[in-house]
Write a protein that binds this ligand. Structure first.
Ligand code: P5A
Length: 429
């Protein structure tokens, strides 16, 4: 992508209402723009990151055996009246009347909707286990939307729903999602600590929140420092051990009854990026979602639901990865992998070298944002540091004479002078 042809509305100053660093950086880097309280436009740079995160989530859901569908944002109230949640959900639900005065709502979650799909099509235990997921916008009329996309009113969630014949099967489905979540977050460069949690309006009796550590997190968290030694990207994680390690948010943490000795306990702040629930027959019972069991009897299915805050993750990753100059993206979620800067577009040798590199990087399958603008060097470097692409490649007259370009690794700041061939090797290896 040529920056001269791109739409990257960077700001010099962050608007005063942005309280936390990820919100300020997302506005300054031209990733988002507020349309109304808690409702955002996703501009090209932000949209690319959102899609990368979404794709990692999708791949790990598919790997865990879940099947992707797409349910609508607007739902009929009838389903929620059937489950008993229509009145219980309260003012967070955006209620809508259609032209026929039928009660509709903008979905804050999809348990009812997916249970309705299930009961229409699944009749036998032989079709179980089943896990259906989608990645769709939600609306919750939060009383205090804040921190940009971290607590929005409209936000993108991945929500999965599991159906099993019995509690034992449901536990296996829960554990499969538990492991998939740790892998998903690890692929984005995040360490998410699973914590026992309250199930709130979703319901149920087993629930874990996945919290990533960040100074600006909304929750206070306490956890066994043993978590710090775990490699969450490992192929076979021990779910039972992870569940047995102590971790809790402050509403659950009681220093007097904490099982972990003080010297092993860590305290910090966390951002909730995922939340999983096992709620048994809470929806299958009132909505009549049953299957015929092996003995021929009708059984209400055991269900769980599993959420990841896809749009919240964009902010959460920035909270974890930034410095005083801007964002420092982990490569798997970066909007582009390489920022190519031509310091002198007016110099024909520089332009030839930069154009050639641009073509070759793209041919090698690398995503490049090419700053070919007629701008001062300082402006170009500041823009690149702000948007935080993992690698910066600079073409300037001095290097070109020796047939070399400069490679800077954004996060460490490490620089090296390389010939174009070696640069391509480095970036593709
Ligand atoms: C699980 C999937 C549920 O809604 N039903 C379907 C269950 N869980 S949850 O904890 O309420 O939400 C799941 C994740 O969504 C993100 N999230 C938000 N992100 C941005 N702004 C919000 N207002 C918001 N509310 C929830 C969180 O990451 C949460 O873990």
């Amino acid at each position: 992508m040529r920056l001269s042809r791109y739409f990257l509305p960077v700001l010099k100053e962050a608007p005063a209402e942005a309280e936390i660093v990820s919100h300020r950086l997302m506005l300054r880097a031209g990733m988002i723009q507020q349309l109304a309280a808690g409702i955002y436009n996703w501009l090209p740079l932000g949209f690319r990151v959102l899609k990368k995160i979404e794709q990692i989530v999708r791949e790990e859901m598919d790997r865990a055996g879940a099947i992707e569908i797409l349910m609508p944002t607007i739902q009929p109230a009838d389903l929620w009246i059937e489950s008993g949640r229509y009145d219980a959900y309260g003012p967070e639900m955006l209620r809508i009347l259609d032209r026929h005065e039928r009660k509709m709502l903008y979905g804050p979650t999809n348990e009812e909707n997916v249970t309705d799909i299930f009961r229409r099509h699944v009749k036998s235990y032989r079709q179980l286990p089943l896990n259906l997921y989608h990645i769709q916008w939600k609306f919750r009329d939060e009383i205090r939307p804040r921190f940009g996309v971290m607590r929005g009113r409209e936000f993108l969630m991945k929500d999965a729903y599991s159906f099993d014949l019995d509690a034992e099967g449901a536990r296996r489905s829960y554990d499969a999602m538990f492991v998939a979540y740790l892998r998903t977050f690890a692929r984005m460069g995040l360490t998410a600590i699973p914590m026992q949690a309250e199930s709130g309006p979703i319901g149920g009796n087993m629930s874990h929140e996945f919290q990533i550590l960040a100074q600006t997190g909304e929750s206070h968290v306490y956890y066994d420092r043993a978590f710090e030694e775990i490699d969450f990207s490992a192929a076979d994680l021990d779910v039972d051990r992870l569940k047995s390690l102590y971790a809790a948010t402050d509403d659950k943490h009681d220093p007097a009854r904490c099982p972990v000795p003080a010297e092993r306990l860590r305290a910090g702040r966390g951002i909730e990026v995922g939340h999983i629930f096992y709620f048994g027959t809470k929806y299958s019972k009132p909505m009549g979602a049953t299957v015929t069991g092996p003995d021929g009897r009708e059984v209400e299915v055991e269900m769980g639901s599993y959420g990841i805050g896809v749009s919240r993750l964009v902010g959460a990753i920035i909270e974890a990865y930034h410095d005083e100059h801007g964002i420092t993206w982990p490569r798997p979620v970066a909007p582009f992998e390489v920022g190519l800067v031509n310091l002198r577009p007016d110099d024909s040798a520089c332009a030839a070298m930069a154009e050639d590199l641009y073509r070759r990087l793209q041919a090698a399958g690398i995503e490049v944002l090419y700053d070919d603008r007629d701008e001062r060097a300082g402006v170009k470097f500041a823009t690149m540091d702000l948007i935080g692409l993992p690698f910066q490649v600079t073409v300037g007259p001095r290097g070109v004479k020796e047939g070399k370009v400069e490679l800077k690794e954004r996060r460490s700041g490490a620089r090296s002078e390389l010939a174009p061939e070696s640069l391509l090797d480095r970036l593709t290896s």
